[in-house]
Design a protein around this ligand. Sequence first.
Ligand SMILES: [Zn+2]
Length: 306
Amino acid sequence: MSILLQNTINAPIELKGITLHKGKIANLKILPSPPNTGITFKRVDLKTDNIINASFQNVSEATLCTTISNSNGVSVSTIEHLMAALYGKNIDNAIIEIDTDEVPILDGSSKDFVQAIEKVGLKSQSSPIKIIKILKKVEIKNGNKKISIEPSKTTLEIDFEIDFNNPIIGKQRNNVNVYESDLNDIYNSRTFCLYEDIERLREMNLAKGGSLQNAVVVKNDEVLNNDGLRNDKEFVNHKILDCIGDLYLSGHKIVAKIVCSQGGHKLTNELLRKVFSNNENFSIFELKEKIIPHSFLNKAQLKSIA
Ligand SMILES: [Zn+2]
């Protein structure tokens, strides 16, 4: 199998579970799809206008989770943990069939998606992979929240920090190299919330499917989940997971360095919109062995991207 070719999944995957915000049961299938088709969602509970491309341009809401919608207003929410698994596990093309408007939350992390993809494996396809290389620094600031993206030689590095007014969460910072680091702690880190926010979310008719089975809940200086945390930096690691998933709405793997403080779905989407609004900020190229400039990639580094 060439390391330079696109991949889809080797066999269909089926997953079922409750959705976080609406509290419905969702049936989800991940199916193989042809080269250069990217990640596409299909609402199988609807007969027409049911295709939604996983693109940053289709993000219609990004407050608590990432929602994408097509031009007819058909949407699917909470796509970010699935998108992160597809990015990290090198799935370039797939159709995601779903029978409701939200992806199941499962255990609140990407763990089940990652395990399901690993179980069926990848199928190499006949087209070269495409990479987005960032050429200029782009930054978004909003109050105390900021995110920037800048050129990097061969990696996608994400440096993320959070600062919560809570003794358990507090300040956490982590830095990962998406193509070279062991991402297991990132994949396994669950979505989290403060106990005092649950009431507010329920009043907004959200988090109806939320429970200690699919979220870390923090009350003052206590983690309410019986087994505690899965890793020392689970909070910031989950934010990195969200960031990877949201970045994949660019359509391809990215070579860049991201620095983010206090950001989230909305800020990441604003960043992508700003990057792609100007052709001078990026280039997209096919990773063909013959055309790779020596200065850009050597074989060892290439392997980590492909
Ligand atoms: Zn999340």
